[in-house]
Design a protein around this ligand. Structure first.
Ligand code: ATP
Length: 236
């Protein structure tokens, strides 16, 4: 369904992505693991149309070549990004933030159904629909950010470090909610520092190092891989 090939990206002289290839199947959950600076965020940004890759890259989604499309047209094609740092509007309510997520043409006619889905996936948000987002906890704000992305009716949801800065108990809640999002049939592409938690809801994962994909395996195999354990799971 989603296929990246030959994706390279320079920031000036700096090569951030080096001929990256990756796929996400329909309904599949895929994680990208890698140290700080490996290029994970750049990969998601390039896929979302927020940064322009070097010539020669191919990014295909549901049969269409989306590589040169601006971000709003990538969203119309069915790919939504929840950026690192969330980007929610603190002085608007939960409900208003969600409404802003439904501006995509593909989403407009489905606002109510999408909102009902978001509230069923995140019951906490339903209880707080009139609350201003800047009065909510980090975990709740992350749920608002994910909810807003879901309002665009994506087929693929990309998340950049969703658990960053959240307390462990909240991280558990967030991943339980992401598990429900996954069950609803969406494909997920997740960049995450919390390797154990993200692999626990994933089908497959890629390892990134210095702008390259250096490994790929099923989530179960990665969880038991000695190199992954040493690098990311705190094993000695
Ligand atoms: P992190 O987890 O720290 O965000 P990452 O794996 O997501 O790391 P990227 O943010 O994609 O990595 O960055 C990849 C490389 O590109 C890094 O060396 C980073 O310093 C560099 N980089 C990222 N954004 C820019 C930018 N706008 N201008 C210049 N260099 C950048």
């Amino acid at each position: 369904m989603f296929e990246i090939r030959d994706l390279s990206l320079h920031y000036g002289q700096h090569l951030a992505l080096d001929h990256v290839a990756a796929t996400v199947g329909k309904g599949e959950t895929v994680v990208i693991l890698g140290a700080n600076g490996a290029g994970k965020s750049s990969l998601l940004k390039a896929a979302a149309g927020l940064v322009k890759p070097d010539p020669g890259a191919s990014i295909r989604f549901a049969g269409a070549d989306i590589v040169s499309r601006p971000a709003h047209l990538v969203l119309e094609a069915g790919i939504a990004l929840v950026p690192e740092g969330r980007g929610v509007f603190g002085d608007l309510t939960v409900e208003e933030n969600l409404a802003l997520g439904a501006y995509a043409k593909r989403a407009r006619a489905h606002g109510k159904t999408s909102r009902d889905l978001v509230y069923s996936l995140f019951p906490k948000l339903a209880d707080r629909r009139k609350q201003f987002v800047n009065t909510m906890s980090g975990g709740e704000q992350q749920m608002v950010a994910i909810g807003r992305a879901l309002m665009s009716k994506p087929d693929l949801l990309m998340l950049d470090e969703p658990s960053l800065g959240l307390a462990p108990v909240v991280v558990g809640e967030l991943f339980a909610a992401l598990g429900r999002v996954r069950e609803s049939g969406l494909a997920l592409l997740i960049v995450e520092q919390n390797v154990r938690m993200s692999l626990s809801i994933a089908d497959r994962g890629y390892l990134m190092e210095a702008g390259r994909i250096v490994g790929e395996n099923t989530a179960t195999a990665l969880m038991n891989d000695d190199a992954v354990k040493r690098a990311f799971l705190g094993a000695t």
